[in-house]
Ligand binder design. Structure first.
Ligand code: FAD
Ligand code: DLZ
Ligand code: SF4
Length: 522
């Protein structure tokens, strides 16, 4: 609705939009703008986020507001502990419109569907012009993704990624990929050698602002999942840049080869640990890719590492976001494999004798982080094989990771790990037996279960669960050209052996305690 008001421009900046280069702030005059930032109960509790995630977002928001004020901007900052906090973005916007009588509200589209739906109502609700801008921190616009996806029965990241390489010019040699190949993944599967360890990533001591957020969360969110003992995430652009510097100086060289490796107690290995900062807006993903390319061109990192890193960002990260908005809201309810089992309690407590799972859950609880292959091939693989309900798995992943927002969590969970979309995103389920985990980690050596034992007492549960999964989804998977041949092995086993696998799996599944309600949603 047009307005003849002469008030300022009101710019709501959400908790994951913390950059001065945001489309709604870029080019604006400080004298004519009120920035609105809101800590609200709805966002802090729509799922019961890990405590570290709430501290991270509130502290980063408070630091960003201080940085804006220091630079001369007017910021209307609503704190969670303000007495008259309205509790929601829409409630706070109503209050701010009353207070500032803006001539325009200019906001960047939200990253999550549920917030976008609310935002889409604002133009009808408020008697003031509302402008919703595209989030151009992403390289690919939704229109571009939807165009690319149209008429394709199944979407594959690899082809999308090549488009993004051409679009950005990253690692291109004219119109050819640098080095002759688009993808060097086959060089990026080195198992961890004994004693493999990586330099410590920088962590950041809580300052006064972060300490206030730690106190707030201990007070108001005490019963949320996770520990605050090790909080050390970057909460400012400066700190995030220090974290990026350390990655480019010390870890990118071996990022590629050991991307899929897992070592007990070594939580970060050679991963960048930059997802929290990228998703908050503290780091620009394209800039990071350019730095990675420079490291290659300067001879400081090999092509397989640099290509792998760039692919995660302009490939997977952009692809899952496009996929999310292309498939919402149905993606939230997708359950192609009809998985109905409740999430086991150990996902919250870490109390399981399966050493791989216990270590990944410990890291998740202590750091609000687990690296990609832990999320995919341990935690995700178990949920897939055990047939856990997608809604419960989705909630868990959204709660427990400091980098989790639905646009990135949901495609990874529903489509990548659970195959709940029936194969629109991934060409086959990422199902694996204990062999895979044993090859890529040092978990099995000291596990109570034996990875070489296939069935019966003491056998690694992933082994019978793998065949139980393949058996129960034979109708769907036998015709899949990437996985179908596996049934020849199953058929060769003979009925008696097959039954041993199925009985072992059933016996194990019967031992799983479903989680008490209330961990993920209040
Ligand atoms: P690195 O290994 O250093 O990778 C570099 C960057 O690439 C990451 O920072 C991230 O921005 C991007 N990236 C890598 N893989 C992916 C991917 N599959 N999808 C999107 N971006 C990717 N990432 C999130 O940011 N938020 C989530 O909620 C999230 N949930 C996940 C759930 C599951 C089941 C799986 C399998 C993956 C999920 N990921 C998620 C992707 C990935 O695991 C994390 O981005 C990564 O572990 C973050 O650590 P890092 O920064 O050290 O990543
Ligand atoms: C995740 C989160 C949390 C815990 N709290 C807030 C908050 O109080 N204020 C805010 O602006 N953003 C928060 N966020 C991030 C938002 O959930 C995120 O910006 C939207 O989900 C994106 O659509
Ligand atoms: Fe995990 Fe099985 Fe290895 Fe134990 S033996 S650590 S359960 S893969």
């Amino acid at each position: 609705m047009a307005s003849d008001s002469v008030g300022p421009v009101l710019v709501p900046v959400l908790g994951d939009q913390l950059t001065r280069d945001l489309a709604s702030l870029r080019g604006r005059s400080k004298d004519d703008t009120v920035v609105l930032m809101m800590e609200v109960w709805d966002e802090a509790t729509y799922v019961r986020h890990h405590k570290q995630k709430i501290v991270l977002i509130f502290s980063a928001m408070r630091h960003f507001a201080a940085e804006l004020r220091d630079a001369g901007w007017t910021v209307d900052y609503v704190r969670m502990d303000d007495e008259d906090n309205a509790g929601s973005f829409t409630g706070e916007l109503a209050r701010a419109i009353e207070d500032h009588a803006p001539r325009l509200v200019s906001v960047v589209e939200a990253g999550e569907w549920r917030v976008r739906e609310d935002m889409d109502q604002w133009a009808d609700k408020f008697a003031c012009e509302i402008e919703i801008l595209r989030d151009d921190r992403f390289i690919c616009s939704q229109a571009e993704f939807d165009d690319w996806a149209e008429d394709r029965e199944s979407l594959r990241m690899e082809y999308f990624y090549r488009e993004m390489r051409r679009k950005t010019g990253l690692l291109m040699d004219g119109d050819k990929p640098e080095g002759g190949e688009w993808n060097y993944d086959s060089e990026n599967r080195k198992p961890p050698k004994d004693g493999l360890s990586a330099p410590q990533r920088p962590t950041f001591e809580p300052d006064e602002i972060t300490q206030a957020c730690l106190d707030l969360v201990e007070d108001r969110f005490a019963d949320h999942f996770g520990s605050l003992d090790h909080f050390g995430w970057p909460v400012t652009r400066d700190q995030a840049e220090q974290a990026a510097d350390a990655f480019f100086a010390e870890r990118i060289e071996r990022f590629g080869p050991y991307q899929d490796a897992m070592v007990h107690g070594q939580d970060d290995l050679f991963h960048s640990m930059l997802s929290t900062s990228i998703n908050l807006g503290l780091l620009d993903p394209l800039e990071l890719c350019k730095r990675a390319e420079k490291a290659y061109r300067d001879g400081k990192a090999p092509l397989n590492s640099v290509e792998g890193f760039i692919r995660q960002i302009i490939g997977w990260r952009e692809y899952v976001r496009g996929f999310y908005f292309n498939r919402m809201p149905h993606l939230q309810k997708a359950n192609a494999l009809n998985a109905q089992r409740g999430l086991p309690e150990f996902y919250w407590t870490g109390e399981t004798d399966m050493r791989c799972l216990a270590d990944c859950i410990r890291s998740t609880r202590d750091n609000a982080h687990a690296h990609h292959i832990q999320r995919l091939m341990v935690l995700g693989n178990f949920a897939l094989l055990a047939g856990i309900s997608p809604r419960e798995v989705q909630d868990w992943y959204l709660v427990v990771y400091a980098d989790a927002y639905e646009w990135v969590e949901l495609p990874n969970v529903a489509a990548m790990i659970l195959y709940a979309d029936g194969g629109a995103l991934a060409s086959k389920p990422y199902a694996a037996s204990g062999n895979y985990i044993n090859k890529m980690s040092n978990y099995c050596k000291e596990c109570r279960y034996s990875v070489s034992k296939k069935t019966g007492e003491g056998a690694c549960p992933f082994n019978p669960l793998y065949w139980h999964f393949m058996h129960r989804h034979r109708d769907r998977l036998a015709s899949n050209h990437r996985i179908g041949r596996i049934y020849q092995n199953w058929d060769r086993m003979g009925e008696e052996r097959q039954q041993e696998y199925l009985d072992s799996a059933e016996a194990f599944l019967d031992t799983l305690e479903p989680a008490a309600s209330g961990w993920a949603r209040g």
